[in-house]
Design a protein around this ligand. Structure first.
Ligand SMILES: [Zn+2]
Length: 183
């Protein structure tokens, strides 16, 4: 795999992915529910209220929406599109499978991504996420690894106190590692 070539293609795909995200969010706008309105008790103890007011969920039957990146010049990600994800986050909105709509743990995980998106903004998030996927695969990609590790802490009731700051600092550190690829 020619790294420079794929980095170039990541960059070129950004407008199409952005457009797909905006369309997907627009098409689902009426189905969104604010996290604060769901009544998960523990989320309110670990996340600030303004985040739970801003963040929204869409419960979907079947597969959560995934951008057709293999037809946006990145054919090596075709397998990713077919993966049965439990949930996925775009900006401040995430999609979860119907079977997992009651999972507070999954909502916790996706909220980590909402904070990551908020920290980096759309383009930096997509580039950092894409490079992580390319180098480490899905579960070991740094932005996922952070979400899974914190989710484990949430499940065991063993989270650091300043979770938002921690997510922001670690997310910036991940971007700092990726940024030199996109001068
Ligand atoms: Zn995740």
């Amino acid at each position: 795999m020619d790294q420079n070539d794929i980095i170039r293609r990541f960059h070129s795909a950004l407008p199409a992915v952005n457009e797909w995200i905006e369309n997907t969010l627009e098409q689902n706008r009426e189905s969104t529910v604010r996290i604060i309105d769901i009544g998960f008790p523990r989320l309110k103890t670990v996340y600030p209220t303004d985040l739970l007011v801003k963040a929204k969920v869409v419960v979907v039957p079947g597969k959560v929406p995934y951008p057709p990146i293999s037809s946006m010049g990145l054919p090596e990600f075709q397998q990713m599109e077919a993966m049965p994800f439990s949930g996925i986050t775009y900006k401040d909105t995430f999609f979860v499978k119907e079977e997992l709509a009651q999972s507070e743990s999954l909502h916790f995980h996706e909220l980590v991504h909402v904070v990551q998106w908020g920290q980096l903004g759309v383009n930096k998030f997509l580039l950092a996420y894409g490079v992580g996927l390319m180098h480490y695969g899905y579960k070991d990609s740094p932005l996922e690894q952070m979400a899974y590790a914190l989710q484990e802490g949430f499940d065991r009731n063993n989270l650091p106190e300043t979770i938002i700051d921690l997510i922001r600092v670690r997310t910036e550190a991940i971007w700092a590692g990726v940024a030199p690829l996109f001068p």
